[in-house]
Design a protein around this ligand. Structure first.
Ligand SMILES: C[S@@+](CC[C@H](N)C(=O)[O-])C[C@H]1O[C@@H](n2cnc3c(N)ncnc32)[C@H](O)[C@@H]1O
Length: 279
């Protein structure tokens, strides 16, 4: 167990949140890899990030801090494009899974990735930067206090720096619950997961209105926003052939930045900018 964690027993199931109410993914690496990245939704997410990141970020080989890097896909993506990446992750399991996988990826330049086992809240001590580029994808929704986390991230950013932030969209979660027939849940807005067992329903899903508010509070400007996986979860007939998958990807690409479609993306992807200091 991580030293910051406490164990909670409910109906004889043991699960853990940290004292701050965060859900580290200890013991989840296999499950996370299987149910997300070895499934069509993970493939689509990576394909959309591959398409969107060069469009909505200014990339010039700058150093990257990847916060809550999980299994290491994003760190590898940047390293393959010539960036030096510091991948941080509080879960020893996830970090070692990422390191083992990175060792096998032939296209990764040696020593392009540095690993740091630490939670976001401790990065001002361990990786203060300031950083020209920070990625924090699908992490805020696993924290007890996502608003405070955005403040931490803004302190780590250099003036003029970019934060690539991706969050699990609370409004899309309501919509998908309704589509699945969980009408009571949607009506009473009981959407958050509890971080129990190996469930992957986030404990703190985030809305666009919250990101607007929290960004403004921290002096960050929203430079771009896109929805990731706008349509995929609602298809009555999921793609059955590579050609159908390609058509779905084309559809997702076409509307991911169009209002109103992006607003119901399963995830919302932002580029947030910290303004330059005006002399
Ligand atoms: C859904 S995974 C996302 C991983 C990766 N960024 C991705 O997009 O695939 C959430 C990750 O956040 C990590 N996490 C949980 N609490 C955290 C914290 N306080 N600071 C940083 N990462 C945290 C978990 O251990 C887990 O690896």
């Amino acid at each position: 167990m991580h030293p910051d964690s406490k164990s909670i027993n409910s109906e004889s199931i043991s699960y853990e949140l940290t004292q701050a109410g965060d859900r580290y993914f200890d013991g989840m690496a296999e499950k996370f890899s299987r149910s997300l990245y070895q499934a069509p939704r993970g493939e689509l997410r990576l394909a959309m990030l591959d398409y969107l990141l060069p469009e909505i970020l200014y990339l010039e080989g700058q150093k990257v801090l990847d916060v809550g890097g999980g299994l290491g896909q994003q760190a590898a993506w940047f390293a393959e494009r010539g960036h030096c990446v510091t991948m941080t992750e509080p879960s020893a399991d996830m970090l070692s899974y990422a390191q083992t996988w990175h060792r096998d990826v032939k296209t990764l330049p040696e020593e392009a990735i540095t690993y740091l086992q630490a939670p976001l809240q401790r990065l001002t001590e361990h990786a203060a930067g300031p950083w020209p580029l920070i990625t924090c994808h699908a992490v805020l929704e696993w924290l007890g206090d996502p608003q405070a986390a955005l403040t931490c991230l803004s302190h780590l950013l250099a003036p003029g720096g970019q934060l690539s932030l991706m969050v699990f969209n609370r409004d899309a979660l309501r919509f998908s619950n309704a589509v699945k027939g969980n009408l009571e849940k949607a009506l009473s807005d009981r959407l958050a997961g509890k971080g129990k067992r190996q469930r992957l329903t986030p404990i703190s899903p985030v809305s666009h209105a919250e990101i607007e508010l929290w960004s403004a509070e921290n002096g960050l400007r929203i430079d771009a926003v896109a929805g990731i996986r706008v349509f995929q979860d609602y298809l009555r007939h999921p793609p059955a052939t590579p050609a159908e998958s390609a058509t779905l990807l084309a559809l997702e690409k076409q509307y991911c930045r169009h209002d109103p479609h992006w607003r119901l993306g399963r995830y919302l992807l932002y580029t947030l900018i910290k303004p330059e200091i005006v002399k």
